[in-house]
Design a protein around this ligand. Sequence first.
Ligand code: NAD
Ligand code: MG
Length: 385
Amino acid sequence: MTAKNLSILGSTGSIGVQSLETARKCGYSVSALSAYSNVDIIEKQIREFHPKVAALADENAAKDLKLRVADTDTKVLSGLSGVCECAAEPTADTVINAVVGIAGLRPTLTAIDCGKKIALANKETLVAGGQLVTGTAREKGVDILPVDSEHSAIFQCLQGAPSNRALKKIILTASGGPFFGKTRDELKNVTVADALKHPNWSMGQKITVDSATMMNKGLELIEAVWLFSVAPSKIEILVHRESIIHSMVEYDDNAVIAQLGLPDMKIPIQYALTYPERIESLTGELDLAKLTTLTFYKPDHDTFRCMDVCRDAITRGGLYPAFANSANEQANLMFRRGEIGFLDIGELTERVMNEAPKVQSYTADDIDDADRCARELVIKYAKKR
Ligand code: NAD
Ligand code: MG
C-alpha cells in the first residue's frame, strides 16, 4: 500500500524537510507536523501543507505559533503530549519520525499503539528502547520501515530472502566521517567546526558530530540488531569513503548483495513511503563510470572507540544501550557547546555506559530514568576533568 496521509515529527529538521519535499513530489497529504521550537519554518510548512494539527515541544514557541496561524484551520498543540497527539492523529496512516534523540521514543510508542505504519529515521529510539519498541510493534502488527540509509539498504538487500537462516552477515558501510585516517593525538584539539564538515552528507548537527566520532555507526549497529533480528556478532562495519554502497548482506553461499545510489536521503525516505512499490525519484541517477573507483577500509577501532562501546552495550543488553545513547547525547551536546573536547565524547560515553544497572527487560519509564541518570553522570564526570 502506498502512504497517502503523513504525520511528520521533526518536520523542521534535515530529514523532516526532505520528507516534505517527498510528500510534495508524490502528492501525499500531510495531517500532522511537529518540531521543537522553529516557529518560522513550521509556520511556512503549515501554510503550504494545511495539516489538521501541529505541535511544538517548546511551550513558548507553541504559544507564538498559535497566534501566527490563528487564521488557518490547523490546531496548535504544545509539549511532549502535543507531539504524541501528532503521532496519534487519526487521519494519518503513516508516521515519519524524524525527531533527533531519545525525545522520539514516546511519540514512536504512541504511533505503535495507534497502529500507524512507521517510517523511522529516529535511530535513538531503537538504540535505547529496541526491545520495547520492536516487541510492542510485533504485538500490534505494526511495520517499522527504516529511513536510515544503511538500514534501508539492508532492508532492500533482504527482499526475497525467505528467512534470516541463510544470512551470514550484514556489512554496514561507514563513510569514516571528516576525521578518517587521523590518530587520537591529532583529534585532541579538533574544533566543533572541524567535526561539522561531513564529506558526503548534509545532516543535523547531532548526527554530524556522531559521524565524526563514529558513534553514529555504533548506534546503527544496534539499530540493525533490532530491525533485522540479528546477533551483533553478525554485523561487520566497513569503511567506504564514497557513500555509494549504502550497505550489503552476505549469505551462506558467499553471495554478497549490495544497494547503491547517490548519497541522498530522499531515496530511502521515498522507499519507506512507497514500499513495496518503487516510483520515480527526485534525486539524480548514479553514474558509476564517472566515479571510476569505490574504496574500502577496515575501521580504526583504536581511534574511534565508540563503535566498540556500542557493540559491547548491545551484547550486554538491557539498559546498557540506553545508557550509551543518552551519555552520548549529553556529551555530544556539551562538545557542541564548547564545554568538553572531542575525545571526551567517547571517553565519557564509555565510562557511563559501564555504569548501567543490570536488568533483563525494561519499560518506557525505565528508559526515561536511564536517560536522566546517564546525563547526570556525564555532567558529573565532565566537571572532574
Ligand atoms: P535535525 O536536528 O536536523 O532535526 C531534528 C528535528 O527534531 C527538528 O525538527 C527538531 O525541531 C525536532 N526536535 C528536536 N528535539 C525535539 C523534541 N524534544 N521534541 C520534539 N521534536 C524535537 O536532525 P536530522 O539530521 O534531521 O535527524 C533526525 C533523526 O534522523 C536523527 O535520529 C538522525 O540520527 C536520523 N538520521 C538523519 C539523517 C540525515 O541525513 N539527517 C540520516 C539518517 C538518520
Ligand atoms: Mg545512516
